[in-house]
Design a protein around this ligand. Structure first.
Ligand SMILES: NC(=O)c1ccc[n+]([C@@H]2O[C@H](COP(=O)([O-])OP(=O)(O)OC[C@H]3O[C@@H](n4cnc5c(N)ncnc54)[C@H](O)[C@@H]3O)[C@@H](O)[C@H]2O)c1
Ligand SMILES: [Zn+2]
Length: 359
């Protein structure tokens, strides 16, 4: 049995991210039992509940279940209200526990419901998408959308994270690619050896091979855990994890409005490629570094430019919602090379030029 443990070191709020292959339900039940909750509400993505819910429910002793319809649209006020109602109906008290089984949508939504129910109950994340395993289940950001992505939320660290990479066997290829978008982002920030490992494993990673993905997921989770351990509340370094997200979030909002299909990690990948172009234009990246970083994204099969025409004017109102903006000025997270980054204000003409570039 393959098993990896990644520690998230946050003093009294420390926890472990457990990655396994095949025995997720039993391991999840073990971690939940260790927390000795007075009751459990299992919040599950409806698709995941069909595919993998049976063994999880049995292992947890058939707790009440709240199903969440798949998709970003569930991550809103109505979805949150449904979970609060389920928590009331389940009678979950202060010593109760929410278990979130699904991707980032369920993790963010159930995490925020847990953060706010009775002013906060514990949550355990059981991420089932590659994206949630490498990124969203770690670090304690929870929240919902309100006309813009993640505009309402709270920091609420989980008490444990348990991911079974065998769950990825049923994940559609587009969702594998979406997770690889965040993995690429992490590798650009972490540099080598993660970047080299990802370059080497790209073909197997693209194919969704769980054995190849396990060490990569562990390395991505470890990078995020280290950053969050140093800067839990995003006073500084944690902002680096927003690489690719300023443009990515704006493209996601635009896609939602236009009815286009754009997974989060694909939007992030386009944003990372964009950040590499901006960094090149500012002289932060030399040409070999720009070429290497973009080639890694291409090897992973990621989109590197918006799939439909988009101008700076289209995006300006969406970019203004970026949480890194201060006094109306956008600050971009840009790579300074593999493993190095910085924040920069970028002139409009440079942004507009990079938006129309495909190289
Ligand atoms: N909190 C954070 O730090 C953080 C970080 C990154 C992203 N996010 C958020 O995460 C969300 C995206 O998460 P996501 O990419 O996991 O998407 P998702 O939760 O929408 O899941 C994607 C799709 O995969 C399906 N699915 C999930 N697991 C499956 C499995 N094992 N087999 C088959 N199908 C499965 C779901 O039903 C859904 O249709 C966004 O809302 C984003 O804002 C949060
Ligand atoms: Zn993200």
């Amino acid at each position: 049995m393959t098993r990896r443990e990644v520690a998230v070191d946050l003093g009294p709020r420390s926890y472990s991210v457990s990655l396994t292959l095949g025995d997720g339900p039993a391991l999840l039940a073990e971690r939940v039992a260790a927390l000795a909750p007075s009751g459990v509400l299992l919040v599950a993505d409806a698709t995941v509940a069909d595919l993998h819910g049976g063994p999880v429910r049995r292992a947890l002793g058939d707790p009440p279940v709240a199903l969440v319809a798949p998709g970003e649209r569930s991550k809103g006020v109505a979805g949150l209200e449904a979970l609060w109602t389920a928590l009331r109906e389940a009678g979950l008290d202060r010593d109760g526990l929410v278990v979130a089984l699904g991707g980032g949508v369920v993790g963010d939504l159930a995490g925020f419901a847990a953060a706010t129910w009775l002013r906060g109950v514990r949550v355990v994340h059981a991420p089932t998408t590659l994206l949630s395993m490498v990124d969203s289940a770690v670090g304690g950001k929870t929240g919902i959308d309100l006309g813009g992505k993640n505009l309402v939320g709270a920091f609420h660290q989980p008490s444990a994270v348990v991911a079974d990479l065998a769950w990825l066997a049923t994940l559609p290829a587009r969702e594998v690619a979406s997770g690889l978008g965040e993995a690429w982002k992490t590798a650009v920030l972490a540099g080598d050896p993660l970047l080299a490992d990802l370059e080497r494993a790209a073909p197997r990673a693209r194919a969704g091979d769980p054995a190849a993905l396990l060490p990569l997921v562990a390395a991505c989770a470890a990078h995020k855990a280290a950053v969050v351990g140093r800067d839990e509340r995003e006073a500084g370094e944690r902002a680096s994890l927003n690489l690719g997200h300023t443009l990515g979030h704006a493209l996601e909002a635009r896609a939602l409005a236009l009815g286009h299909d754009l997974p989060h990690g694909a939007a992030v990948a386009i944003g990372v490629a964009f950040a590499c172009r901006l960094a090149r234009a500012l002289g932060w990246l030399d040409e070999p570094a720009r070429a290497r970083l973009l080639a890694a994204g291409a090897a992973l099969g990621l989109p590197l430019a918006p799939p439909w025409p988009v101008t700076l004017d289209d995006l300006r109102p969406l970019l203004a919602l970026d949480k890194k903006a201060r006094a109306g000025r956008l600050r971009w997270v840009l790579p300074r090379g593999p493993g190095a980054w910085g924040l920069a204000a970028v002139p409009d003409d440079v942004v507009a030029a990079a938006l129309s570039s495909r190289s």
